[in-house]
Design a protein around this ligand. Structure first.
Ligand code: ADE
Ligand code: ZN
Length: 326
């Protein structure tokens, strides 16, 4: 199978529904309303998706829960061919913003990631991520948590949640603090708002990657700027289609963005929510745009070059990508 590199994955968003149901049962939490009759996550639109996501996340209550979740997620990712992955982690969900609690959650996640790397050969790194609709005040706290845990494993800082809540500049303090602490930066933008939102994330937060960013296609001057500056898009086509941003795979702008010279990468975002995984994303893209192995190999290389990990790790992954091509 083609080895894959995934840069945009929310750990809670990757939780298998049965895993969350198991926790809910143990803890007598009623979340029956978030599933459909087949046991899949069910939501009407993006704001409702965020509610369902947060209800599912409310079942994860201890560092051990996150450790078990990490193992379950990485087993699935490895089965889909992923050899390197970056995941968003939110101290708001992991310990409620308390620094010591966050450290305990992170220790459990790292322990599980180490086990998965030994067993499955998949490497994981973390991007600390405040939730935009929780506001800039809580984001400051998250940045302080991030600064306390910068190192070889926590490698980046991002911003997820509802893009319609506030402006990127509201989060400048947190992004400046994260940058000063040594973290690399990304931000969700150009998913629920248009090109101006992407411009603002780059201008006001100084990010080098954009989560999604696909709506840049509505402004070709911006597309050219992204290409010239080498800003990397973490594109999640299956997520965009499942949430109704585009009516189908052939209508998704990833191909047009790539053709115009933008560095695009491919990720799943929240795979069980969107009934996808990395293998399925690759298959659908191959069908829709006639992409061959050469295109996917180039995308994997763009992805690992844009990864926030240290250069030793990057070098090891590049070797594995090259070996698979030989
Ligand atoms: N959190 C989980 N998935 C997300 C998405 N697609 N956009 C913003 N925040 C998210
Ligand atoms: Zn996302």
């Amino acid at each position: 199978m083609t080895p894959k590199v995934e840069l945009h994955l929310h750990l809670e968003g990757a939780a298998p529904p049965a895993f969350i149901r198991g926790l809910a049962r143990e803890r007598h939490i009623d979340i029956s309303g978030i599933f459909d009759e087949h046991g899949n996550y069910a939501f009407r639109d993006f704001p409702h998706f965020l509610k369902v996501y947060e209800a599912a996340t409310s079942c994860l209550r201890t560092p051990e829960d996150y450790g078990r979740l990490t193992l379950a997620v990485l087993e699935q990712s490895a089965a889909a061919g992923v050899i390197y992955c970056e995941t968003f982690l939110s101290p708001d969900f992991c310990g409620g913003g308390d620094v010591q609690a966050w450290k305990d959650y992170l220790a459990a996640i790292r322990e599980a990631a180490g086990q998965a790397e030994r067993r499955e050969g998949i490497a994981l790194r973390g991007i600390v991520t405040p939730i935009r609709h929780f506001g800039p005040g809580r984001a400051k706290n998250v940045a302080l948590c991030a600064a306390e845990t910068v190192g070889d494993w926590i490698v980046g800082f991002g911003l997820g949640g509802n893009e319609n809540a506030g402006e990127p500049r509201d989060f400048r303090w947190s992004f400046d603090a994260a940058r000063e602490a040594g973290l690399r930066l990304t931000c969700h933008a150009g998913e629920w708002r248009g090109p101006e939102s992407v411009r603002a994330a780059i201008r006001d937060l100084g990010v080098e990657r954009i989560g999604h960013g696909v709506r840049a296609i509505e402004d070709l001057a911006l597309v050219d700027e992204l290409a010239e500056r080498g800003i990397v898009l973490e594109v999640c086509p299956g997520s965009n289609i499942a949430l109704g941003l585009y009516p189908g795979w052939r209508r998704h702008p990833i191909h047009a963005l790539r053709e115009r010279g933008v560095k695009v990468t491919v990720s799943t975002d929240d795979p069980p929510f969107f009934r996808t995984d990395m293998r399925r994303e690759y298959e659908r893209l191959a069908e829709a745009f006639d992409w061959d192995e050469g295109v996917f190999a180039a995308i994997a290389r763009t992805s690992i070059d844009a990864a926030f990990c240290d250069d030793d790790t990057r070098g090891r992954i590049v070797k594995r990508l090259e070996a698979a091509r030989a």
